[in-house]
Design a protein around this ligand. Structure first.
Ligand code: AMP
Ligand code: ZN
Length: 111
C-alpha cells in the first residue's frame, strides 16, 4: 500500500500525532496554513468523500463528534474551520479521506 496516510496510520511513517483511537487519528499538517492545522483521518483507507458507503456512517459520525474535542484540546475555544477537499477539482492531493481542522491566528480563507 503506497498511500501516505495509510502508512501514517500504520506507524510506518511518523507524524506529529495529537489524537488516536481504534478507528481514526489526528496529526499536524506538515505545511500548516494556520496556527493550528490538523488532519483527521480514518484508519481504514477511503479515497475521498465520493467513496463513502452507507456502512461508513458510524465512522464518519464518530470522526465528526470527536473533532470538537480535538479542537478544544488544541485551545480553539472560539471556533475553527473544517475543510474536506474532494478529488482533483476540489484540490485533493492525498487520496485518503481527511478533514482539515484549522484555527488560531492566520486562519486562511477558502481556496
Ligand atoms: P489535500 O490537498 O486536502 O489532499 O491536503 C493534503 C495535506 O496533507 C496538505 O495540507 C499537506 O500539507 C499535508 N501533508 C502531506 N504530507 C504530509 C505528511 N507527511 N504529514 C502531515 N501532513 C502532510
Ligand atoms: Zn490510505
Amino acid at each position: 500500500m503506497d498511500c501516505l496516510f495509510c502508512q501514517i496510520a500504520a506507524g510506518k511513517i511518523s507524524a506529529q500525532q495529537v489524537y488516536s483511537d481504534d478507528v481514526m487519528m489526528a496529526f499536524k499538517d506538515i505545511q500548516p496554513q494556520a496556527a493550528v492545522h490538523l488532519l483527521l483521518i480514518p484508519r481504514q483507507h477511503i479515497r475521498s468523500l465520493n467513496d463513502l458507503r452507507p456502512e461508513d456512517a458510524p465512522l464518519l459520525s464518530h470522526m465528526m463528534q470527536t473533532l470538537p474535542k480535538i479542537a478544544a484540546q488544541q485551545g480553539l475555544t472560539d471556533g475553527y474551520r473544517t475543510i474536506i477537499n474532494t478529488e482533483q477539482g476540489g484540490g485533493q492531493i492525498i487520496f485518503h479521506l481527511h478533514i482539515h481542522l484549522l484555527g488560531g491566528s492566520n486562519l486562511p480563507g477558502f481556496h
